[in-house]
Design a protein around this ligand. Structure first.
Ligand SMILES: [Zn+2]
Length: 83
């Protein structure tokens, strides 16, 4: 079992697989993820801060999606972030 901390409500919970969102935040999590994915289709070269500002999703959360590997399939542009 893994001990997880929900990135939305910070509830500590246990699950069989490592996850970053509790059951009650799952829908929010999916919806944010869809928003980010959609945004990246339009603006593939965006970095986490731009996504965060445009969508009102915390940069920490955007980075978390990347760490989860869920955004990798969208575009491989995150390794090229310049400021
Ligand atoms: Zn939660």
């Amino acid at each position: 079992m893994y001990t997880n901390i929900c990135k939305h409500c910070h509830t500590v919970f246990q699950s069989r697989i490592r996850t970053y969102s509790c059951k009650s935040c799952k829908r929010l999590d999916e919806s944010h993820f869809d928003d980010i994915e959609e945004y990246l289709k339009k603006y593939p070269n965006s970095n986490a801060l731009q996504i965060s500002e445009e969508l009102g999703i915390m940069a920490y959360e955007v980075l978390q999606y990347m760490q989860e590997g869920r955004l990798m399939k969208v575009h491989g542009t995150f390794s090229k972030i310049k400021d």
